[in-house]
Design a protein. Structure first.
Lengths: 433, 152
């Protein structure tokens, strides 16, 4: 019965069905929606336990953010007088406006986390060797762009959190040697945060950065294809290259009747065998749809359960106490708060050391890691290869240190940025000074 | 000879189009740098000296503290020298809510990440009798504005 319905469904929608492998491939390559997939993908690339499909999850979040973001743009007014009010309207006057804003917010924070975990996966599997090094660098830039998108989105509600996060953020930019004050001036569109700043961050957030990310994302995908797929296939290629070839037997007709013999071995240029590959549609397209739906439902659930925070209207005179950055920047806040160095009469501000030099150094090391890694190519595409143990431990420890700093900042810091242990009473701070 | 002339003309033609293109990119970049700012002036009037009580008074609109010791006045900036948050006066010291910097009553650093003391602003009495602050001009920490009887 089910098969009959299926057959009927096919008959109503398809005038033709592929009769050979070649026709199946062409039905993918010649289709508008599917043409950006290869006709076939390696089975190893599709493994849930290898990649956890984190890149697809990141792309799904980007898509959710684009659509909800465009919806929000219909109501948001980028003016210092009306921005906060338009957010309040979204929350109380627009049907499902709060839901859209919540989903946008949680998808944005989720994207920061998922993109980082995606990067960690690529690191732990050593999937950045050879030509894939380019995609690693592109990925690091995409991660930075994700952070910048979050940061610029932060200012738009024009609440206290927004205002003081941008005050601190642009003050850090000011500490950059030589060009710092100019960068701050251009970012703010003046010497103080005002209408110009809001408009600049708005244009960056809704146009320039998203376009930048979309272009780089397209390149990221193109490179994955040109590199032959995920690094997991290198493992298979290696096995195929090592395995003794079964000699294919042939029969030919000679003068004396049928003569058995052997023929030339032909390896495909991908180094994979027919059985290592599957058609990308429906095998991959279906999984992409599934990942998207799961990610969408998680963000929707988060949006239904938790409201996006909104503090009081921005007050340029009074800083909230304590004033905390969003969680993914709190570790930087911890660094700038504790790295001021005093040597005699000479002072290096924590804003320069912890806000620019230290993160800049971490970023440089991260970007150049594929060129530092000297382990053998056999570690490529393998989870936690023993030969790369020291590298993996280093990455894990750095991540752990950042998580610990985030925990301290989020849970232990109280008024005046002092440490309060759990259970220790915190002084009540008046809303104003 | 003729081909040489063509080559030069072609070079000038292509070169000028390219130069115009690069020039416009430069102009577009320059447009990001505003020439006119609609920001409050760095020189502004506060209330009359006698409107301030003895001790530390926070002036919210300008993020600064007016400090009165009988007839002597001075003005300390409320903007933390670390990353620009507004400090709060806590009876005996200034504390910053963003990164925990602490300052003595004269603005010098006790502890925390602030790299230098809070600024002291040049202060005068305007001809019509108001305190007038110039936030673009710093003064030394022994600056006092004497008003009234104590005025020499």
């Amino acid at each position: 019965m089910g098969d009959k319905i299926k057959a009927l469904w096919r008959k109503t929608l398809w005038a033709w069905s592929p009769e050979s492998e070649r026709e199946s491939s062409e039905s993918i390559v010649k289709n508008f929606w599917l043409h950006w997939f290869p006709a076939k993908v390696a089975r190893a690339s599709m493994d849930w336990n290898y990649s956890f499909w984190l890149g697809t999850a990141s792309a799904s979040l980007l898509m959710i953010l684009t659509v909800t973001g465009v919806m929000l743009m219909f109501y948001y007014v980028p003016s210092t007088e009306r921005a906060y009010g338009s957010i309040k309207d979204l929350e109380y006057a627009v049907s499902f406006g709060r839901l859209l804003r919540n989903q946008h917010r949680w998808a944005a924070e989720g994207m920061v986390a998922v993109v980082y975990i995606h990067m960690a996966r690529v690191f732990f599997t050593g999937a950045y060797r050879g030509t894939r090094a380019i995609n690693w660098v592109v990925g690091v830039i995409l991660f930075l762009a994700t952070l910048l998108l979050s940061f610029t989105g932060y200012l738009l509600p024009w609440d206290q959190l927004a205002f003081w996060a941008i005050t601190v953020g642009t003050s850090i930019a000011k500490q950059a040697p030589v060009v710092g004050p100019t960068i701050q001036f251009i970012l703010l569109g003046g010497n103080e945060i005002g209408q110009q700043t809001l408009l600049r961050f708005y244009v960056l957030h809704v146009f320039l950065l998203p376009v930048f990310v979309l272009v780089l994302f397209a390149y990221h995908m193109w490179r994955v294809r040109k590199d032959g797929g995920l690094a997991a296939i290198e493992r298979v290629r290696h096995e195929r290259a090592m395995a003794p070839k079964a000699i294919s037997k042939t029969k030919s007709y000679s003068l004396f009747g049928i003569t058995p013999g052997t023929s030339v071995q032909v390896m495909s240029s991908t180094g994979l065998e027919e059985s290592d590959q599957v058609f990308s549609s429906p095998n991959m397209s279906r999984r992409i749809a599934l990942v998207f739906l799961v990610v969408f439902n998680i963000t929707l659930l988060a949006a239904l359960m938790f409201n996006a925070p909104l503090e009081g209207l921005a007050n340029p005179s009074v800083t909230p106490n304590p004033a905390k950055a969003p969680w993914y920047f709190v570790w930087l806040q911890e660094l700038v708060a504790s790295t001021t160095v005093r040597l005699g009469g000479f002072t290096v501000s924590g804003a320069l050391l912890g806000g620019i030099l230290l993160p800049g150094f971490l970023l440089a090391v991260l970007t150049l890691w594929p060129f530092i890694d000297r382990s053998s190519l056999r570690t490529e595409g393998r989870w936690l290869a023993p030969e790369r143990r020291r590298q993996n431990v280093t990455f894990a420890l750095a991540t752990l240190a950042i998580i610990v700093l985030i925990m301290i900042g989020v849970y232990l810091r109280g008024p005046y940025w002092r440490i309060y242990w759990p259970g220790q009473p915190r002084p009540e701070m008046p809303r104003l000074y | 000879m003729d081909s040489e002339r063509r080559r030069i003309l072609r070079f000038i033609g292509k070169g000028s189009v390219l130069a115009a293109f690069l020039g416009q990119i430069g102009a577009a970049g320059r447009a990001f740098y505003p020439n006119v700012l609609y920001e409050p002036p760095s020189r502004f009037k506060l209330k009359r000296p006698n409107d301030y009580p003895d001790g530390y008074t926070f002036v919210e609109a300008h993020r600064l503290f007016v400090i009165r010791q009988k007839e002597a006045f001075h003005v300390i900036s409320g903007i933390c020298t670390h990353l620009g948050c507004t400090v709060q006066w806590k009876d005996t010291e200034f504390d910053c809510p963003c990164h925990g910097s602490r300052f003595r009553p004269d603005g010098t650093v006790i502890s925390g990440p602030a790299p230098r003391p809070l600024d002291w602003f040049a202060t005068t009495v305007s001809p019509d009798g108001f305190l007038e602050v110039d936030s673009a001009t710093d003064v030394a920490r022994d600056f006092r504005l004497l008003v009234g009887k104590g005025k020499a």
